[in-house]
Design a binder for this molecule. Structure first.
Ligand code: AKB
Length: 341
């Protein structure tokens, strides 16, 4: 039996999956299969070859995919985000760590069976950082990949550990075995900032205050922002996040000097986001009602990231800065979205 070559996306029904499937579908040479607990939104269904409805924790499901398809590229997007993970840390660990281990093992088996390294794209997060205090956060400015890697959330711990698992599978997997088995998984991690999509609203994250504020304003719903106006973390427009994943997936291994890359675009304060949102939607009502516990999580995340390595090694270059993200992408696309509803 000949297995069919495909790209696999886990967690495909989430925000990144939405944009990624749309982009990949423009390439007629790429066939995509997906694995998620939730079905894809109907407009995306015709864009993929097959949807597997199920869990990354289901070994039988993964064996079925292994038997039917030859996978060279995996975008492992399935995860429980930072806020949700704090309410169910053990479940978060199961999904974020055991699930990722299952997917790395799936990639290893794929690589062993077809003989080529499987590219494994892993979205990590700025949640892996843990700045000790607000003063230090302000002093640190743009943090490098190897600085302040002391996360304070279950999600951050999970993501940091899985970056290491990816590096282990790529370079040291079963290093004491007689035959060399490492090198079958080519893991590439991006530490994402908060992502803002004009088409979808996130859920379960702590950076959600920005997209929630913008979408509420566009819908004409009042919004109580759960962070202080001076809260600053890096953000990126979704199309640039998708671009980064695709760029890193395509670049040849020789160009990469590290497994894990920061990527940045802009780093506004909550107050600055509120100002541009109000300029675009003057009727909006935006107030502040600080949730001290979620605020504490954000106060440990960096004000910005140093993405010099990503720019040098594989040409990361976001198209949208703060003004362009609003003027050219968020405002027009969101207006259209809610006008249609
Ligand atoms: C979250 O807030 O949990 C995510 C992230 C920054 O990884 N958006």
């Amino acid at each position: 039996m000949i297995r069919r070559p495909v790209v696999l996306i886990t967690g495909a029904s989430g925000e990144i999956g939405h944009g990624l499937i749309t982009r990949l579908s423009k390439d007629p040479d790429i066939a995509v299969i997906t694995l998620d607990l939730r079905p894809l939104p109907p407009p995306l269904t015709p864009l993929v070859q097959q949807q597997f409805l199920g869990s990354i924790l289901d070994a039988q499901m993964l064996d079925r995919i292994l038997a039917e398809y030859e996978v060279d590229l995996i975008f492992h997007l399935a995860a429980l985000l930072s806020t949700r993970s704090e309410f169910a840390p053990v479940t978060a660990h199961r999904v974020n760590v055991e699930g990722t281990l299952n997917m790395l093992d799936f990639a290893q088996k794929q690589g062993e069976s077809h003989g080529r390294p499987v590219r494994f794209l892993y979205p990590s997060s700025i949640a892996i950082y843990g700045l000790p205090s607000l003063e230090e956060k302000m002093r640190a400015g743009k943090v490098k990949e190897n600085e302040y890697t002391t996360p304070t959330t279950m999600y951050g711990c999970n993501k940091l550990y899985c970056e290491h698992l990816g590096r282990y599978y790529g370079n040291f997997y079963k290093q004491l075995a007689a035959e060399t088995l490492s090198g079958k998984v080519d893991c590439r991690c991006i530490r994402f900032p908060g992502l803002i999509s004009a088409e979808t609203i996130p859920s379960g994250g702590t950076s959600d205050f920005a997209p929630e504020m913008i979408h509420s304003a566009a819908k004409g719903e009042p919004y109580a922002c759960f962070v202080r106006p001076d809260t600053r973390i890096p953000f990126m427009a979704m199309p640039d996040g998708i671009d980064a994943l695709l760029k890193l997936a395509r670049v040849s291994r020789e160009r990469l000097t590290q497994t894990v890359y920061n990527i940045g675009a802009f780093a506004p304060s909550a107050e600055e986001i509120q100002k541009v949102t109000l300029r675009a939607f003057p009727q909006a009502t935006i107030t502040t009602k600080v949730d001290v516990k979620r605020q504490a999580i954000l106060d440990h995340w960096p004000a910005d990231v140093d993405d010099g390595a990503a720019r040098r090694d594989w040409g990361h270059e976001p198209h949208y800065d703060f003004d362009r993200a609003f003027q050219d992408y968020l405002i027009p696309t969101i207006r259209q979205l809610y006008a249609r509803r």
